[in-house]
Design a protein around this ligand. Structure first.
Ligand code: SF4
Ligand code: SF4
Length: 295
């Protein structure tokens, strides 16, 4: 049976109705709408249903919220993270966040259960303020990663952020060269790869079609209605979390896409070293060597 306490952990990447954000990054492909009260109520009901479903499972779970916007400025996400972290079979709850939301609620959570994937967005908040909030996470014992979209306009901010963070802190960088192969100069690439040793893979991922990938086997994505896909990038419905058996959905399949260039996708590839390098910190993008407090 899959729903057994002894089964391998199942990772769930959750993305519901939410599509709004407190920031307005020019490079953001989503979060361009203002969610109405009705949409927010729908989103809250979806999240509550997901939490309730998680509470009925026996299999160990790892959860990452990958919203099309900022989730933690909404109380219902903060309450969902707290509720999930309190469940014995939930090993990790992670959230992609801009780290601008209230933080005091994290004081009451078992620190090793929650980890945050924090993106610094130059121009949206002063770097000093972002770093102060990282220090607050340190004090609370909450594990987190820090990263930036590596636009050329961000290079100075990246340089300053690298200098301000502790030497051992991994700083991930997402490539921004959609405008063509000449976006980065060769010396930029040397510098960026010295900061993030996995930058090259993000920028030029190995072809994925036919590659072995755990997405769909021990990791799935779920939307607000419970619709399940193997990952955010292969638009093939596997079933519904609330009405179908997981056993009928999960299975080993090679990747069907030519390219998988997003961390939340390629991290599941079995032929790449990410699972070994990140372990239980995989969902929050925290390398194993930095996971002192992760349970
Ligand atoms: S913080 Fe994230 S979700 Fe919000 S506008 Fe910026 S990139 Fe988009
Ligand atoms: S390699 Fe990426 S696109 Fe392909 S199945 Fe895995 S997560 Fe999905």
């Amino acid at each position: 049976m899959l729903n057994a306490a002894s089964a391998a952990p199942l990772s769930l990447l959750y993305r519901g109705t939410l599509e709004s954000c407190n920031y307005d990054c020019g490079y953001c492909p989503f979060a361009k709408r203002k969610d109405s009260r009705a949409r927010l109520a729908k989103d809250a009901a979806e999240v509550a249903r997901f939490v309730e479903w998680a509470g009925r499972q026996e299999r160990p779970l790892r959860i990452l919220f990958t919203p099309w916007g900022e989730a933690l400025v909404r109380r219902h996400y903060r309450e969902a993270v707290a509720a999930l972290a309190a469940m014995p079979h939930v090993q990790q709850v992670s959230v992609q966040t801009n780290l601008a939301a209230p933080m005091s609620w994290l004081e009451d959570i078992e620190a090793g259960k929650v980890s945050l994937w924090c993106t610094y967005h130059p121009g949206q908040t002063p770097q000093r303020r972002f770093l102060e909030r990282c220090t607050r996470l340190d004090r609370m014992g909450i594990r987190y990663s820090v990263g930036v979209v590596a636009m050329r306009e961000h290079f100075n901010e990246i340089r300053e952020l690298r200098a301000a963070l502790p030497a051992g802190q991994y700083l991930w960088l997402n490539a921004y060269d959609r405008r063509g192969p000449g976006y980065y100069a060769p010396e930029d690439l040397v510098w960026l790869e010295a900061i993030d040793p996995w930058f090259l893979h993000n920028r030029r991922p190995a072809p994925s079609r036919g590659a072995p990938c755990a997405a769909g086997e021990d990791s799935v994505t779920v939307d607000g209605d419970g619709e399940v896909q193997r990952c955010h990038f292969v638009p093939q419905r596997l079933g519904n979390l609330y009405s179908d058996s997981l056993e009928t959905m999960l299975g080993e399949r090679p990747c069907s896409r030519l390219k998988c260039d997003c961390y939340i996708g390629y991290v599941h590839r079995r032929d790449l070293p990410f699972q070994a390098e990140f372990g239980i910190g995989t969902l929050a993008r925290i390398p194993l060597r930095l996971q002192v407090n992760l349970g």
